[in-house]
Design a protein around this ligand. Structure first.
Ligand code: NAP
Length: 339
């Protein structure tokens, strides 16, 4: 009989944690014991795993006894505080927060792009899941980079509110209803109303005028692709519930035609090519939501430079951008490393 693995889901009551539970179920991950962890507020709440009740426990340093794999999605502070304790107890942590992503001793992994990096989990017992916007972009760009060598990336994102978690999803719903009732909506999660609006701010601003989210795309892309690519990003929150969209412009060292790019992307792992302008067929958030592929389309040459291409890249930020990517890492971990 195949070995079973004891798994802890840290942040089980959250948007990403809930999706992680679903992914473990859907992908039939060989789970032995499962433990759901969250804040004291949720302790005692009962969720399910494969139809059986599982009680949510408060996250403490002693939560990881007997756990093989800990999937963290409870915010950076919890990851910083509790991943070392989980690793010391013998669990391998797969962390969705930004806490460990740029640590040189922590691999930052997208299974379709750099699965070999997982081997470095041994250094700290932690593997980092990249930022949702970075994941879908590198899934689309890896085959193009391998073929033509990307020198520069200019990306603008159109990010769904689910990227901020459960409270932001509820806030967009409430604001839409309130506005249709002719009343002023309450603004709590973002600096401004998000309903019927676009906010060119995701996370806080740094001294260079870029937001943290924008700089994550710069640094994480280089670490994952293991290349000193020039990256500049503008990250925008849009009133969409699920699915991040991105306009991506690349400049390559070697010529990459639209036809070759389509060919490469049509057979790339984790990618679905949706690119038929004649039938208005292109990636859209409503099609990306609820599935795991990164949709790529609107591929056209950037006629303003010698070797440039424009693409439109869309994925489900909670699934491929977070939960699915983490569970895929866990699958490789048990197949190749833990045994
Ligand atoms: P969320 O819906 O707000 O859920 C937050 C989770 O963290 C809840 O389970 C919450 O438990 C738990 N938590 C909060 N404070 C805690 C504490 N003091 N001790 C223990 N647990 C605590 O947020 P989310 O969208 O799932 O995001 C969670 C993490 O994943 C964040 O680090 C985020 O950056 C990262 N992430 C999110 C996305 C995305 O697209 N949403 C993508 C990639 C990465 P309670 O219910 O008990 O408060």
């Amino acid at each position: 009989m195949a070995k079973l693995w004891n798994v802890a889901v840290v942040g089980a009551t959250g948007a990403v944690g809930g999706q992680m539970i679903e992914c473990l179920e859907e992908r039939n991950f060989p789970v032995g014991k499962i433990r759901y962890l969250a804040s004291a507020r949720s302790a005692g709440e009962v969720l399910e795993f494969k139809g059986k009740p599982v009680m949510v426990e408060e996250l403490t340093r002693d939560s990881f006894e007997g756990i093989d794999i800990a999937l963290f999605s409870a915010g950076g502070d919890r990851s910083r505080d509790f991943c070392p304790a989980a690793a010391a107890a013998g669990a391998v942590c797969i962390d969705n927060s930004s806490a460990w992503r740029m640590d040189p001793d922590v691999p930052l992994v997208v299974p379709e792009v750099n699965p070999h990096a997982i081997a470095d989990y041994r250094k700290k017992g932690i593997i980092a899941n990249p930022n949702c916007s970075t994941i879908q972009m590198v899934v689309a760009l890896k085959p193009l980079h391998d073929h033509a060598v990307i020198r520069r990336i200019v990306v603008s994102t159109y990010q769904a509110v689910s990227g901020t978690g459960k409270k932001a999803i509820e806030e967009l719903q409430k604001q839409v209803v309130t506005l249709f009732q002719g009343k002023s909506p309450e603004v709590a999660t973002y600096p401004h109303q998000i309903a019927f609006n676009c906010l060119p701010q995701i996370d806080s601003f740094g001294d260079n005028g870029y937001t943290k989210e924008e700089m994550k795309m710069v640094h994480e892309t280089r670490k994952i692709l293991e290349a000193n690519i020039g990256v500049t990003a503008t990250a925008v929150r849009v009133p969409v519930f699920y699915g991040h969209s991105e306009s991506v412009n690349i400049e390559t060292e070697n010529k990459l035609t639209v036809a070759t790019a389509r060919e490469l992307l049509a057979k790339a792992p984790g990618v679905e090519l949706v690119d038929d302008p004649a039938t208005s067929s292109y990636p859209m958030a409503i099609d990306a939501a609820g599935q795991d592929l990164t949709l790529v389309g609107r591929i056209r040459e950037d006629e303003s430079i010698a070797n440039g291409l424009n693409l439109w890249v869309v994925a489900d930020n909670i699934r491929k951008g977070a939960a699915t990517n983490a569970v895929q890492i866990a699958e490789i971990l048990i197949e190749k490393y833990l045994r």
